[in-house]
Write a protein that binds this ligand. Structure first.
Ligand code: ATP
Ligand code: MG
Length: 445
């Protein structure tokens, strides 16, 4: 009883009405060279006009961890109009809660006015999810509404001081991910925080505090109420974080993979599917880490491929013609995903292009390979084929053939073509077709 009372009184995460810890450079060790010049200039300008202006959130966390931040967010006590007036190249965006985009050279900085924490007047849905969050507040309140202690740090690049209301620097140094406030209610307010806990802890190599971890399994179902577009955004962040393999492992460990990508769990339960998906994620991780371009279409195509294969096989077994059956299988698999994930039309188009080209790798005779290699999506489809071979779905020899075929000049390619075994059967028809192809070689396939 007394212990409970003491815990209440001294609860580290209770809204503190006191000044933050000010942490000097000697303790946080941020390398100023990693701070974007534009972010520093925005803070200097805000402070020069008498406002607060600090780098906040993920960027500070990453800087302390020695990781180069992806982007820099700035928090201030200036209102959006006041911010707008200070920077010529800036614009106010958002309707409910306005923020300001400030352009500095090629950088765009997001400047947000401190927000108040939620209270009993905050609009929520029937599960407790916060629907609207639009009241300005103090810096202390702004810190309290953030999710994890390591995400609630403010860095002043002018004095090189970090302001810390929730002992985030200690948690970061001790490699612990701790929630600000009571984890269950914070998850209820926004179930996406469960995904963020997994993603950010994987990225930073942090351990989830038991209180952060424990409720996830029982609360995972709340994810169903998250709007699909938000979930999709979050999945993209996770899959392109450069540590997707680790994230997916942790998601499974926490029982969170069910229902995120519907069927992802099913896919991961099929040995061949699992190997393929993990290879695809590892290859995406390697590209992200090497700063090479990546495409959501390619990755989603890999995640869903074994579903398409299974669906397609069923249709062929039911005597559907192979090509229409493939089209139908693709549509059905994508439709199932659409219920949960807002895959945009453009991404869906990319996915289908990659899938549709796969059966054409089997054709290694006639003109087909020569036309195939000219396809705009050939490269992506070929990379996809390499993963299929690596996972054991198709013979490695097929992938090697296509690798060599690309390296050859035109004569070399012609020499590689396999004899057309269907020729005899179609001789009479193919003569006419050959003549047509000679006239228009790029047409028909
Ligand atoms: P990343 O490295 O992926 O950008 P991040 O923590 O910076 O990670 P952002 O989405 O850029 O993620 O969010 C910026 C900051 O806003 C976070 O550090 C955190 O302080 C706050 N924040 C973001 N999402 C939430 C949330 N769902 N609940 C509370 N605070 C959040
Ligand atoms: Mg960020």
């Amino acid at each position: 009883m007394i212990r409970k009372l003491l815990r209440r009184v001294f609860r580290r995460d209770a809204p503190s009405r006191h000044a933050p810890a000010t942490i000097p450079h000697a303790r946080h060790g941020i390398d100023r060279a990693l701070v974007a010049v534009g972010a520093r200039r925005v803070c200097e300008t805000l402070q020069g006009a008498g406002f607060k202006g600090y780098i906040v959130g993920g960027a500070v966390r990453d800087l302390i961890a020695g990781i180069e931040p992806k982007d820099f967010d700035i928090a201030t006590d200036a209102t959006p109009d006041q911010v707008r007036a200070l920077f010529r190249r800036s614009r106010i965006i958002g309707r409910r809660f306005q923020i300001v985009h400030v352009m500095m050279g090629s950088e765009t900085l997001e400047v947000s006015t401190f927000r108040a924490a939620h209270d009993e007047n905050t609009l929520k849905d029937e599960h407790g999810r916060v629907l609207r969050d639009n009241i300005w507040g103090t810096m202390e309140e702004d810190a309290a509404r953030r999710d994890f202690t390591v995400n609630a740090l403010y860095y002043d690049p002018v004095t090189e001081t970090v302001f810390d209301y929730h002992r985030g620097v200690d948690d970061l140094k001790q490699k612990t991910m701790r929630m600000i406030g009571e984890p269950k209610s914070r998850y209820r307010e926004d179930p996406v925080r469960m995904l963020r806990a997994v993603r950010l802890s994987a990225k930073l190599g942090l351990t989830l505090d038991p209180a952060v971890r424990a409720p996830i399994k029982e609360m995972a179902a709340l994810m169903e109420n998250v709007p699909p577009a938000r979930l999709f955004d979050e999945m993209l962040k996770l899959l392109f974080s450069g540590c997707a393999v680790e994230c997916v492992k942790r998601l499974r460990h926490e029982g969170l993979h069910h229902g995120l990508l519907p069927l992802l769990d099913v896919i991961l339960d099929q040995p061949l599917g699992e190997k393929f998906v993990m290879l695809a994620l590892a290859s995406t991780d390697a590209r992200v880490r090497a700063d090479k371009p990546t495409s959501p279409g390619f990755l989603f195509a890999t995640l869903l491929w074994h579903e398409v294969l299974a669906n397609w096989a069923e249709r062929k077994a039911a005597q559907e013609l192979p090509v229409p059956a493939l089209f139908a299988a693709m549509d059905e698999v994508l439709d199932q995903q659409a219920e949960k994930l807002a895959i945009t039309r453009r991404i869906a188009g990319d996915i289908k292009d990659i899938w549709l080209l796969q059966p054409r790798f089997e054709k290694r005779s006639g003109k087909s390979p020569l036309r195939m290699i000219e396809q705009p999506r050939f490269r992506a489809a070929y990379d996809f084929l390499l993963l299929r071979a690596e996972s054991g779905e198709v013979p490695q020899e097929l992938a090697d053939w296509w690798t060599k075929f690309q390296d050859e000049d035109h004569a070399g390619r012609e020499a590689m073509l396999l004899p057309d075994t269907t020729k005899k059967k179609r001789r009479s028809r193919s003569r006419g077709r050959k003549a047509a192809e000679a006239a228009a070689p790029e047409a028909a396939d």
